[in-house]
Design a protein around this ligand. Sequence first.
Ligand SMILES: O=C(O)CCC(=O)C(=O)O
Ligand SMILES: [Fe+2]
Length: 280
Amino acid sequence: MGLHRKRLKTAQAVCGFRRAQTVRPRDEHERHLLDHGYVAIPDFLAADEFDAMKREVVRSVEASEARTPLPPEPEVWGFGDSQRHDWGFDRFDGSTLNRFVKPGPLAAGFPRNPRFKRLARIVTGKAMRPGRNWIYLTVNGDEATIHDIQRELHRDTFFNAMKYWFFLDSVREEEGPFVYVPDSHKLTPERLAWEEAKADAAVAARIAGNRGGMTGSFRIADADIADLGLPPPQSYPVAQNTLIVANVFGFHRRGDAEPGTRRLALYGNHRPQPFLPFGS
Ligand SMILES: O=C(O)CCC(=O)C(=O)O
Ligand SMILES: [Fe+2]
């Protein structure tokens, strides 16, 4: 009944209002994030700061592996349950292992970086709470065993939300780099129509008793991208010390990868309530 359309438009308007209260882009990276939905910033930290941070993170990950060796690939499809430990937790996306390790003091302080804080506001108009930050080790699974559904193009939310990856190691093309469709964070008339069709299909599927894998995160076929007037998806292999910030209302996925390859990042998810009108 048009509810999805209304909430999308309201969330966009509210977010614009919050941004106007809190931040205006002031350099090329901030402008790129606002205009294209993502940004990759190389050499984000000074070299000595980065080296100290990386040493600390590698120690944290090694300590987790000493206590809990990386588990083997599972045999069931879908998002696995989280396996909690004193150092953090493991979760499988299909055959891909996600290990989230509690950050030490340097890594925990990353979200207080003033340049980073501005980027979080550029996406959502709200400050990010520093507690929502993890060390994130991804061990790419084998598509031949179980499909990793994060490798399908999708959007996470119906409103502007932010995720970031601060890469402590380089990510090569075959190591599953982040993939994003530039400009896909914009609520165009074509996108509204697509969202509405997806929402109707999701309701119909729910009535039929079929909830699917990523509840609420709509997937998009590659062919539909061009129909929406968007450019093709691009992958972003990066050097170490690169920060990627993305508006996950835009379409993205985890890149294809050779099984067993790894990515190591600091990671956080900033998803403020979409209808709160006041920025912070
Ligand atoms: O791991 C990635 O590169 C992207 C995965 C994803 O879709 C997400 O974290 O929302
Ligand atoms: Fe996602």
